[in-house]
Design a protein around this ligand. Structure first.
Ligand code: TMO
Length: 315
């Protein structure tokens, strides 16, 4: 009888004796892969750390516009590179509505905006000041643009047409399908010494291989996107550039701290700087490693660093 009671008590209290860590939920953590290089490599590294901790991981592709609903519903769970310049609006909206979690900020400072390779300054004097684009839109024209300048946009949603209108630029937006298309357009323009202005960002491999600059539009302030009266054009929003020195954040499903506590707390500590992100993207886009190989290489060489991201009671 006493033995029976003991066993019942043990069964009842055993779960309490185990730490959260030992009671790991091994349904897969779904890590979102977007469509630019560093984001995919950082996703793989983060996934490797989760796997090291004993979790299961699945990598899932979603665009940066699809990801919000998936994170809010717990269909997917982690996104490791949320960039201020392209995602601030949705991120802040979702966090303040308690639909997703802000899982912390990387130390990297970011910028995403119109960018040109250095030789373009000779073709359009006055750059990087945006007013130079007003004077030499024609220099950026191609056969397909009817004399207007061509801005080569990436596949991420940005109100570029609104900015062109607000700043009264004689430009059209030519949106490409993939990041690789941007780099092809850049290489082609350079080989022909033709003017090009395209979407680019930092940290990225481009800064290691090309000299070049971002266009200096009127400096970003939040009011530029909410108050038409702000800025050089009193009628329209978006008469400014994107933030420079912008943040880079991580996002998570709101159920993650409960379901995978140690993974969530580790995610909060995951932290990359500008140089590392630029190097990781160069290992893929320049040196042609796969995302997985670039992630593996960093993971093996930086064990002390990522182990320090795992909270003490999660080892
Ligand atoms: C979100 N991105 C870094 C491609 O601009």
């Amino acid at each position: 009888m006493g033995g029976f009671i003991l066993r019942v008590l043990l069964l009842l209290f055993l779960p309490l004796l185990c730490s959260a860590e030992q009671e790991k939920d091994t349904s897969p953590i779904r890590v979102i892969e977007n469509d630019w290089t560093s984001q995919i490599v950082l996703s793989r590294i983060t996934g490797m750390i989760f796997i090291h901790q004993g979790y299961k991981v699945r990598y899932v592709q979603a665009s940066s516009s699809e990801q919000w609903g998936a994170l809010a519903l717990g269909i997917d769970h982690v996104q490791v590179e949320v960039w201020q310049g392209t995602m601030e609006l949705m991120f802040n909206r979702m966090v303040s509505a308690n639909r997703i979690l802000d899982a912390g900020t990387h130390s990297a400072l970011t910028r995403e905006d119109w960018w040109y390779p250095g030789y373009v300054e000779e073709l359009c004097p006055g750059l990087p000041d945006w007013r130079a684009l007003k004077r030499c839109a024609k220099v950026f024209a191609t056969e397909k643009t009817n004399g207007k300048g061509r801005y080569v946009a990436g596949p991420w949603e940005k109100p570029e047409a609104a900015r062109i209108r607000a700043l009264e630029l004689d430009f059209i937006v030519d949106q490409v399908q993939t990041a690789d298309d941007l780099w092809r357009e850049l290489a082609k323009a350079q080989s022909q010494n033709k003017a090009i202005v395209l979407f680019n960002w930092t940290p990225n491999w481009v800064e290691d291989r090309y000299d070049g600059k971002f266009i200096e539009f009127p400096a970003y302030e939040p009011e530029c996107e909410t108050d038409p009266k702000w800025g050089v054009n009193p009628l329209y929003h978006y008469d400014c550039g994107n933030p420079s020195g912008g943040w880079l954040k991580k996002a998570a499903w709101s159920g993650m701290p409960k379901k995978w506590n140690c993974a969530y707390r580790t995610l909060k500590n995951v932290n990359f700087d500008n140089a590392t992100i630029a190097q990781l993207s160069a290992r893929v886009d320049v040196d042609k490693l796969t995302h997985e190989q670039a992630a593996e290489e960093w993971y093996e060489a930086n064990r002390t660093k990522w182990e320090s991201w795992i909270p003490d009671d999660c080892h």
